[in-house]
Design a protein around this ligand. Sequence first.
Ligand code: 5RP
Length: 377
Amino acid sequence: MNQNQEKENVALAALDYIQHGCILGVGSGSTVTSLIQNLSKVKHNIKASVSSSEDTTNKLKQAGFEVDELSNVGSPDLYIDGADEVTRNFYMTKGGGGALTKEKILAAASKKIICIVNSSKIVDVLGKYPLPIEVIPMAKSYISREIIRLGGQPELRQNFVTDNGNLILDVHNLTIIDPPQLEKKINNIQGHPIVLTLARLEKRKGHIFVLNCIEKLKNEFNNLQYIIVGEGPELSYLKKIVKNKKLDQNVIFLGKANDSEKKYIFSKTDLMIMPTIDESQNRSIEGFGIAYIEAALFGIPSIATNVGGASEAVLHNKTGIVLNHIDELEVNFRELLTNPEKRRHLGRAAKMRALNELQWENITNHYVSLISRIAII
Ligand code: 5RP
């Protein structure tokens, strides 16, 4: 049987898994193209589809499907995609078509994944097919040097820009004996930590103070990345500040994130900063700061300010840093950037506390016991 027939067969076999009401994530590549060509057979079962690339979006639309945003559909029931190489233990490499970042996000967000490949993709050890890595343009030389240190031979994919505006390094000469370990090492190449604020874009959340610090710290930490997740009235103002301060290479606005997107973002984050300002005179206070706890669950320490309930959500010097004054932000921010051991230590304690003390069951029991005490008084 030739490869095209095999692709058609695996595509047809995958159709059986698309059950009634399915929210379907669709990968990219020629095998997935065979799937899309056959998808009309189960159209009645597909409630919504989400795409991993512009190419797939166009093909789905041509086939008569509407394509939704991941943030609108939540968690896809099923994600179907091809791969470049697959081992018998189901480790695989992806990204031959350069769509790997969205493919991996969709795969992480979905409840079930089906990988469809023809027999030529099955290997004993990954690495013969060059391993694609998506890099932001300014990081290409730095990442290339780090990849060489890992024993790979990176080659910039010529005349190619990903859907996200980035570049692809195809890494040759790797024999990938331990895929999870190599993935971890490559994912950890970032030079310096990724910092996150996850909050509504309102003045009181203090994004501007983080941006002021990034401006000062970016020369010391030239790969510093600040991810801003959330929507709100401050968006255009903050974007203007980023432009004026020339921080475009350091700051990314990701908009609103759903639970599965948040999970992915947290998995990449090293430090959460939300330096709330006291606006109690406007009756706007930080009640608690649940975002600090969400970050803590992923082992991420936080920098907060001593405003409202934040100092209960973040324990000073235990699960993060609580600033008494915003002027203390820069020095503490720098300290946590330069001291990964301290970051890890605080992050570990934050996670233990979130898991052991701050689950809903514990909180509600505590609440009920407080209420019953009030009733007795
Ligand atoms: C695109 C991918 C593809 O799934 C992978 O390259 C396999 O493609 P094909 O089905 O054409 O062999 O990861 O980024």
